[in-house]
Design a binder for this molecule. Structure first.
Ligand code: C2E
Ligand code: MG
Ligand code: MG
Length: 570
């Protein structure tokens, strides 16, 4: 077909289309190879090319190099098939400036359905894109150093980090940066940070990331690290950068840095690696402090011990999140014995966690974790519920154990819904509240004004209160007198060795408790000597391996049925 006829045809169509376009449209017509046949004034203005320069040139005269080859391949594939293509393109003008256009390309088709010409209609969206970029820059980058900030870190970790590999975290801090600021002023300090950011970029690969943590702290993430040597190479490169003084306003300023390093294999943490990376940053920060304590200008790895601790912590954290729904918790009971007649007076309920991967984990390890994760509230309620069910069931069977003690974490106790939860559980399980004793620690009642109301509400319910591990916290006679407390449990650390000093403490506690009319229990009785000593002091009750280790409900039933739990019976 004759080009002139084609062009006229196109121009006629264009007239119709132009009606629908506002005058800001950039319009071009190309042949099916992309040679420009028509360019309107706006195209000339935007591209800074004259019409003569544009006509006859290829459309890609305005290519900016910003988009991938695939981007244009996809475009040509679409319009080559006679379909309309829409997209946003970054173009380059003759003078080297860039502009963005929102582009629609409509093919004109021959009778056989093949395109013979394309009309492209573009709108200038440079302002909008620049605005978006500014917003993005503000959200993801530190304005001073233009390094990524913590927001970008999370995206980067999610999208770009190979979860199979090892990740190293370097926490870098400039030594005595404060004195640089004090001596040369904050502007100079800022210039150094800017310059350092540039220098640090030269020390890493494109797959790594540097984040400005704040102040003079930078965190560097090295991906796919094989071993410590890989990290040391980067550390050496960084130190080399510090060998060159920072020149600001003619001042040559020498600075040094301290670097703390942590290294972890990511894959073993599966979905929780964002938390893990947080922890790695904290560990690297700690290691950096060690480096500083060594006089600065050095680096320090977190120790293998700390690393093992971290690994264990994460494994525990991952497993414990599902422990309740996986039914991994159970409760054991340890008898409380009346030391005057050696009869069982009650039991203490103790939580156990048995996990397929980790085996049996001690409460000393998992209770603090439950507290930290906020899981102690649902788990604590589960304990209370299970214990109450058990007591009711025992009483129905005729095992009339008069009292069950349940440990309550301070976090549970100060939770607003605690009294309500206890009330509900008692109501649902039809438990007699006087059978229930809640064990709280001295730490819990330190804030006497806050807990007094809760304690009184519990007392009004009929529930008893016991102070656990007594003697290890900050005891105050004031709260003992003022609060509705029924029982003191002397901590097992005083009973364990029972030397002269311990005896003085134990005697004092027993005498004081009796005067205040508390019931008194000694924990951790293991030997004849401990028992006879406590009996001599007329301590009311005892608990310990001497009588029985904590055992499950069935074992307790059997032991109780057969032996009435006489000393050494189990
Ligand atoms: P605790 O409340 O002081 O419980 C007594 C601890 O001493 C229990 O350890 C018990 O097994 C141990 N014990 C008893 N007799 C002896 C003895 O003769 N010698 C020695 N060496 N130890 C003895 P366990 O079960 O490991 O529990 C440790 C702590 O974990 C408990 O100390 C309590 O503070 C906490 N805990 C246990 N269960 C729960 C629970 O359900 N909720 C909360 N919040 N804390 C719990
Ligand atoms: Mg206890
Ligand atoms: Mg205790």
């Amino acid at each position: 077909m004759n080009h002139k006829i084609e062009l006229e045809k196109a121009l006629r169509k264009l007239k119709d289309i132009e009606l629908a376009l506002n005058e800001s449209s950039i319009v071009a017509i190309t042949d099916n190879r992309g040679i420009i046949q028509f360019a309107n004034d706006k195209f000339c203005n935007m591209s800074k090319y004259s019409r003569n320069e544009l006509i006859g040139s290829r459309q890609n005269i305005v290519n900016s190099g910003h988009h991938s080859q695939d981007f244009f391949k996809e475009m040509w594939r679409t319009i080559g098939r006679g379909k309309v293509w829409k997209g946003e393109i970054k173009n380059k003008a003759k003078d080297g400036t860039y502009y963005w256009v929102d582009t629609t390309i409509v093919p004109f088709l021959k009778e056989n359905g093949r395109p013979y010409q394309y009309i492209s209609i573009r709108h200038d969206i440079t302002k909008r894109i620049e605005y978006e970029e500014t917003i993005k820059q503000m959200a993801y980058y530190d304005p001073l150093t233009l390094l990524p900030n913590r927001n970008l870190l999370n995206e980067w970790l999610n999208e770009y980090v190979n979860k199979e590999g090892k990740l190293a975290v370097l926490f870098l801090d400039i030594d005595r940066f404060k004195s640089i600021n004090d001596n040369y002023g904050h502007r100079t300090g800022d210039m150094i940070l800017k310059e350092l950011a540039k220098r640090l970029q030269t020390c890493i690969r494109t797959s790594d990331l540097i984040v400005r943590q704040g102040g003079d702290e930078f965190v560097i993430f090295l991906t796919d690290v094989d071993n410590k040597d890989d990290i040391l190479k980067v550390v050496q490169r960084i130190k080399k950068q510090f060998n060159v003084p920072f020149t600001v306003n003619g001042n040559k300023i020498i600075a040094t840095t301290s670097i703390g390093i942590s290294l972890e294999k990511m894959s073993q943490y599966e979905s929780d690696y964002l938390d893990l990376v947080e922890e790695m940053i904290r560990q690297a920060d700690t290691a950096m402090y060690h480096a500083k304590q060594n006089g600065g200008n050095s680096h320090c790895f977190i120790s293998d011990d700390q690393n093992d601790e971290l690994r264990r912590y994460y494994q525990l954290e991952q497993e414990i999140k599902h422990a309740l729904e996986e039914d991994e918790f159970s409760i054991v009971y340890q008898p409380l014995i009346n030391l005057r007649n050696d009869k069982i007076t009650g039991v203490e309920a103790l939580l156990r966690w048995n996990n397929e991967k980790l085996g049996s984990v001690s409460p000393g390890e998992f209770i603090p974790l439950l507290e930290e994760l906020g899981l102690i509230i649902p788990v604590g309620n589960w304990v209370l519920q299970s214990v109450c069910d058990q007591m009711v069931s025992w009483h129905k069977k005729g095992f009339s154990i008069d009292r069950v003690a349940v440990n309550v974490s301070p976090i549970q106790f100060v939770n607003q819904s605690f009294v309500h939860d206890v009330k509900e559980i008692i109501r649902e399980t039809k438990m007699d509240p006087v059978w229930l004793e809640l064990e709280i620690t001295e730490g819990t009642i330190l804030n006497i004004d806050k807990v007094e109301k809760t304690l009184k509400e519990l007392r009004d319910l009929g529930v008893h209160i016991s102070i656990d591990d007594f003697g290890t916290g900050y005891s105050s006679l004031n709260y003992l007198k003022r609060l509705p407390i029924n029982t003191l449990k002397i901590d097992q650390s005083f009973i364990r060795d029972l030397d002269v000093n311990d005896e003085v403490i134990v005697n004092t506690i027993i005498t004081m408790a009796k005067n205040l009319q508390f019931n008194i229990i000694a924990e951790g009785i293991e030997t004849d000597y401990q028992l006879s000593y406590l009996k001599d002091q007329d301590c009311h009750e005892g608990q310990g391996y001497y009588f029985s280790k904590p055992i499950d409900a069935r074992e307790l039933e059997q032991a109780y049925k057969c032996t009435s739990l006489k000393p050494n019976a189990i």
